[in-house]
Write a protein that binds this ligand. Sequence first.
Ligand code: PHE
Length: 343
Amino acid sequence: NTLITEILSTPAATTEEVERFRITYLGTKNVLKPLMGEIRTIPNERKREFGQLVNRAKEVAQQRYNDLQRAVQQEQSEQQGSSLDLTAPAEPLPLGSRHPIALTMRRIISIFERIGFTVAEGPEIEDDWHNFSAMNTPEDHPARDMQDTFYVAAGMPAGPDHTAMLLRTHTSSVQARTMESQAPPIRIIAPGRVYRNETISARSHAQFHQVEGLYIAEGVSFADMKATLLHFAREMYGADTKIRLRPSYFPFTEPSAEMDIWWGLETKHDHRITKGTGWLEIMGCGMVDPQVLTNCGIDPERYTGYAFGMGIERQAMLLYNITDIRLMFENDVRFLRQFASVL
Ligand code: PHE
């Protein structure tokens, strides 16, 4: 009984003291063990009572150990709680930034989405048919020289109808895919990456981005195209932006044009720092050639349409005053971080 009182009154306020308590009363060499050995020396009629007492002492020790341990843990967590300053400013979270190409692309997409265009996509590894032949540029057509093409090595799987596979040279391939799979009216834009075998310099790269546009319906005219592109230019570069359409040539449009915007002191734009004035070419466009409609299963007697394709890098460089296109593909964080505040 004195042992039980001792167990109950042993103080233990720290982790170390609680551990010492455990070793004394519950460990492999605890003080209760020898008592069980002594049972031999106890008179028979009291053996039972003695055994019960020792067992009771064991239980009490275990119980007391549990209580002490709980008390110490609680005290510790309370101390931690009081040292936690809930008014302290949070650790800063390192956030990434959007890439200038993505920023420019998003602006262009949202302008066209607001006037009813939807986004379409196609593969970057394309077959010859969708990139060239369907777009009225057959194999022996001299216009193929306009775009130096990366062909996928011979021996790689060929496209449908055994046409060659290549890295698409323009997003116009998505025009062909969309016309094959949808019936007019069609009103899509197709943003994406394209590839050309060009020498890499500050002004041109072997990979770049375009946004394609295609509108096919009954009675679509060149004037519709011009009004839409003027609207785009003004949304993109400011309400008094001027545009100019120059006659041009593409195998898949007739008539074809290139569109310039006037980049001058009066061009109001939030990010405008770029010096210099003049006409700047930003896209090719034109009325979809009837042969292209036929190639893609659309009746050219009933439908007409316009198409355009614009480069993204050039516009991003204008908007953000970037002087070397290679910066766009190097992923140098010192370059990328400068766009952290642009949404
Ligand atoms: N695909 C042409 C190019 O990459 C651009 C274009 C698209 C021109 C659609 C006319 C119509 O240069």
